[in-house]
Design a binder for this molecule. Structure first.
Ligand SMILES: Nc1ncnc2c1ncn2[C@@H]1O[C@H](COP(=O)(O)OP(=O)(O)OP(=O)(O)O)[C@@H](O)[C@H]1O
Length: 259
């Protein structure tokens, strides 16, 4: 999916200041687009606006056509997303993951595949299903909430849920998908995110927000969002050469390891 924004802006209802303003960008089909920036800059609001979830100002185009020309249900069906405030349902693990694509919630193979790709395989043991991943009908297990999952384990369950639809989506959005993951789980996740966009023949566009520059640097394009607008945009190499805000944030994070 190609996404183009021209003069995109947004103000939350009941507030007096635009949270987003003057957003101009082009995200090409089959590419990864990372959004970075300090807290409260407008990153989450931007991705939600790009998904057409807000009554925004300015123009948004999907594959060359105005977003308004599309049926919202069709757009949402072609989109898979994971936001920071994901739900922890009092359902079984199978349902917690399968609900990401309601039409496939009974499809054990699809749920198993999503669990594998979302990195939640280790959670199976926690809910009494170790070694049963490939046995059909074995995914009911205990209710996930009774198994007292950790923050990182819940994040893997939510990631698996988003992978239920990712393989058929044209747009995949992750808002800080690795916030609670350990470094190994994070590296594996980003391998899968990159694979989503770069698989042969796929034109799936991936947008992700992250504060971890070791993974951000691999994105095709990176946008730095500050005070509600994009202050820099380009590849890691281009932004480093600019020696601007991105380079400053990147070097700041890297220097944290050198001390
Ligand atoms: N529902 C809302 N109503 C009013 N203001 C909001 C709402 N949600 C977010 N904001 C404000 O919009 C601004 C941008 O928030 P947003 O969550 O988009 O930033 P962010 O860059 O994603 O932050 P973080 O890195 O902390 O997740 C903030 O000042 C925030 O307080």
């Amino acid at each position: 999916m190609e996404l183009v924004a021209r003069g995109l802006g947004y103000r939350y209802p009941g507030t007096s200041k635009d949270v987003l303003h003057d957003i101009n960008l082009t995200i090409k089909p089959g590419t990864t687009f990372a959004i970075v920036g300090v807290n409260g800059g407008g990153k989450t609001t931007l991705v939600k606006a790009l998904m057409g979830l807000y009554d925004h100002q300015g123009s948004l185009f999907l594959n060359g056509h105005p977003m308004a020309a599309y049926d919202p249900v069709t757009v949402h069906r072609r989109t898979s997303c994971l936001f920071q405030d994901f739900c922890k349902y009092s359902f079984s693990l199978r349902e917690n993951v399968g609900i990401g694509n309601v039409s496939k919630v009974e499809d054990g193979e699809a749920v198993s595949d999503a669990i594998e790709r979302g990195g939640a395989r280790g959670v199976l043991g926690k809910v009494g299903m170790e070694g049963k991943l490939n046995r059909s009908g074995a995914l009911q297990g205990l209710r996930a909430e009774r198994a007292s999952l950790s923050g990182g384990q819940w994040q893997k369950v939510a990631l698996s849920r988003s992978f239920m639809r990712a393989s058929e989506a044209d747009l995949v959005v992750f808002d800080e998908p690795s916030a609670s993951l350990d470094p190994r789980a994070e590296a594996q996740l980003f391998e899968r995110i990159h694979a989503l966009s770069h698989q042969n023949g796929r034109r799936c566009t991936t947008i992700f927000i992250s504060h971890r520059y070791s993974t951000v640097k691999r994105a095709d394009q990176i946008a730095v969002v500050e005070d509600g607008t994009i202050v820099e945009c380009g590849s890691h190499a281009e932004l480093m050469e600019m020696e601007g805000r991105y380079a400053e944030l990147y070097n700041l994070q890297r220097s944290g390891f050198d001390d």
